[in-house]
Design a protein around this ligand. Sequence first.
Ligand SMILES: [Zn+2]
Length: 441
Amino acid sequence: MQSLDIYWNPILETMPVEKLRELQLVKFKRIFKWAYDRSRLYRKLYDAVGLTPEDVRTWDDIRKVPMIEKENYREAQYKEPWPYGDSLCVPLEEVTVYHQTSGTTGQPIFQPDTWQDWEWWAETWCQFLWAMGFRNTDRVFLPFGYNVFVAFWAGHYAAEKIGCEVVSGALLNTEERVLKMKELKATAFMATPTYVLGMADACRKLGMDPRDLGIKKILCAGEPGASVPTTKKRMEEAWGCNVYDHVGATEMGAWGYECNYKPGGLHVNEGFFLVELLDLETGEPIEEPNKLGKIVLTSFDRMAQPCIRYDSKDVAMWSENSCACGRTHRVFKGGVQGRTDHITKVKGVLFSPVSVEEAVRSMHQLGNEYELIVKKDGEIDKIILKYELAPGCEGQEKEVEADLAKILRIKTNLNFIFESHPYGSLPRYQVKAKRFQDLRK
Ligand SMILES: [Zn+2]
């Protein structure tokens, strides 16, 4: 048994699995009834299949509840009560916080939260910040231009809630952020993996070694990179500290995180969320480890705009191991493995772009940035990988491409066309990197 002070909420985090499942069922029934009674969006969805709260009593019943996706929200919103329309479950005057999705996958979705919902957001974040070792002795820097998009707002509030000193670098540019972190002796920061690497570059351009800044830990969000071992290694080596991954969505909340025992994946926050893993073809629940499935999520306690059986389009697999930290919450091995809409067939072979990130980041001669394009050349699928050589490796294209081809062949069973680009010429991203394009669609 671990000492209790490693947990933010020892009761929820170490609850025996049977008790946890009982609690989840109670909470699922509660949020289902709440949404059925109050949301025109959900009522329409459930009436269409003849499902009422009385019909949802067991775990098997949960599988009968229709799934929801982004498109359902888009259809329900942009009407009165403005702008949340049919998805709102509380009187408009109870909404105290507005956010929206990033819009990377289409028209943004509006996210209303009540004061209680927003406290709940911070609480879910507190749980994993604590698990990553954030304490009231930390000075946490937020090098992110947060605005209408939800990203890092909850991180800000949660860090305050556990007693950290929080510094916003919202309107500073990258150089100014790095210099401010140095000046204030920040001990931790939060960013996307792409930006963590970009900031390390910015440090070096200023003649500083990022490792000298004294950062102890970095929380990553927004992209799967911190769960890709080679990308994680790059970040940890660059900054000389621990890097932790977490995963969430605007509509859902932050539902998965890595603890400082680093279980090789992400704990699922089962006290606040129901996380189902479903077979990609049959839709049947997957309980066994090492089988890829689609993640379907329910947030139990978000009341203004509940999210019930949300099809996240993310794929993952359960780990065969429990974590040494003593938390009973299950682990997704290797974190989120990609998106169902990115996993595509190329020349008849199932292809996940995350495998390319692993390969690129495993080679020290390559820079951090790359782009991947799948297109048709006549009837034939072609994959083009644009890359940058790291500074000091100029002229090594031939050897690098030969090695990369071998690694990619093993990982993906596919051949690639390589395009070398000068260092610094591929796009740099601060929020969600868009490195993959399928031009066949
Ligand atoms: Zn753990």
